[in-house]
Every structure is written in structure tokens, then in C-alpha cells.
Design a protein. Structure first.
Length: 226
């Protein structure tokens, strides 16, 4: 089988995966985990899918890949089909942040030490969860597409996450501390659009005022002279 072609957001996810045994939760066509194994980013992959249609697609893709000795497709919801400690990394992509958060909260002891998350909306709830759950944000990407897709790499580590040190917390949670530090050009455009959109809507005490304050503080970080 030829190497599956991934869009920009899944290429960004792929670049952040490095594990002995990786699980792709809600994999759909299984193109991402196939590339993970093909590129040697994991020795083994477990593909998890709950919906019958995508489950069939995943099984067919893995069968065509010639990698069945290193890949396994399991039917189930979230981390349910996995054993405790069975994988040391997992990815969840193409879902809303609330859906991803629900999967993580139900996983319990099955959560691995590393996670790669790609929500289709604001990643703020995932950053809040990570800070409260002993995971540090170790890498972030923005991938161009229908909109700018955030990709987060989390690792379980002790203590406070140093990624947020010295930054306005609300801006870092909303836009990403590492993206702010790296002065991502894609993020700069996003923040500038947010400031322009929110400015005419802001009034004292309204939610738009708080959002505008957050966007402006992020813009100050992005435009600061090194």
C-alpha cells in the first residue's frame, strides 16, 4: 500500500508522535496510525473506532497496508478497548474539544503518559484539563485548513507546567503558551482577526469585553520586541 496522504492538520499530529506503542482513538480510516508505523514513529499501533462505518474503513486500510503484524483494529468507545499501561501514547483528532475532554475524563488509569490532541474548536478546555491533571504542554502546532487547527502534545510530569510561566494566563489558555512564545504568524493573524471582530461588540460587563481583553493581551505578547 502506498503511504496514505494526510492533510495539514494530521501531518502536524504525525510530527508530534513518538512512542513504543501508540493508540489512535476515533481513527476513522486509520491513515494516521498507518503513517505512524510506516515512518517508524511507533513500533506498534492500536486503532480504536466505535462507529461501524469507520471501523470497517479502518480494518480495510490496515489489511491493505501490509502492517497487520504491527497494527490492531479494535471496536470500542474511547480508551475502553485498551488495557491499563498497554500504550504509552495516544492521539485524538478531528473532534470537538468537549468530546475529547469527555473521552479523557472517562479513561481513568488507562490514560497514557503522552497525548496528542487536535480539537476542531477552541482548545482552551483541554489546556485547563491538562494543567489540572498533571500533564505539561510540551509542543504546540497550528495547521492551516478550513481554519487554523491547534495541535497539542501533552506529557505527564510533576509540578506546575512551566509553559505558562510569565504569560497572561487567560491569553495562554485561549491561544496557547508555546504558540505565543514562538510568535506563530498563523496565530498572529488569528488574534488580529479576533481583536477586529470583538472591538465593536465589546461593552462593559459583556462577554465580548472579556474576550477582547484576552485577545489584546495575546497581541501584546505576539508583537513584543524580543
Amino acid at each position: 500500500m502506498a503511504w496514505p496522504v494526510l492533510d495539514a492538520r494530521l501531518e502536524a499530529v504525525l510530527a508530534l508522535i513518538r512512542a513504543e506503542v501508540h493508540a489512535d482513538i476515533g481513527s476513522d480510516h486509520a491513515h494516521l496510525p498507518i503513517r505512524v508505523v510506516q515512518e517508524g514513529r511507533a513500533e506498534r499501533c492500536v486503532v480504536v473506532e466505535v462507529n461501524p462505518g469507520p471501523l470497517g474503513h479502518a480494518r480495510a486500510s490496515v489489511a491493505r497496508s501490509g502492517l497487520r503484524e504491527r497494527m490492531e483494529v479494535r471496536e470500542g468507545n474511547g480508551f475502553d478497548p485498551l488495557g491499563v499501561g498497554e500504550v504509552d501514547s495516544a492521539s485524538l483528532t478531528g473532534m470537538g474539544a468537549a468530546t475529547i475532554l469527555g473521552v479523557l475524563e472517562r479513561a481513568g488509569e488507562k490514560l497514557p503518559g503522552a497525548l496528542v490532541l487536535q480539537p476542531n474548536d477552541s482548545p482552551r478546555p483541554l489546556r485547563v484539563w491538562a494543567r489540572a491533571s498533571g500533564y505539561h504542554l510540551t509542543a504546540e502546532r497550528l495547521a492551516a485548513g478550513y481554519w487554523a487547527y491547534p495541535v497539542l502534545h501533552l506529557e505527564r510530569r510533576p509540578g506546575l507546567d512551566p509553559a505558562y510561566a510569565g504569560l497572561p494566563l487567560e491569553a495562554a489558555l485561549r491561544y496557547g503558551p508555546l504558540l505565543l512564545r514562538d510568535r506563530s504568524p498563523l496565530l498572529l493573524k488569528q488574534v488580529q482577526r479576533d481583536v477586529a471582530r470583538l472591538t465593536p461588540l465589546a461593552a462593559p460587563g459583556r462577554p465580548a469585553e472579556r474576550e477582547l481583553t484576552t485577545a489584546r493581551s495575546a497581541l501584546q505578547v505576539l508583537e513584543a520586541v524580543s
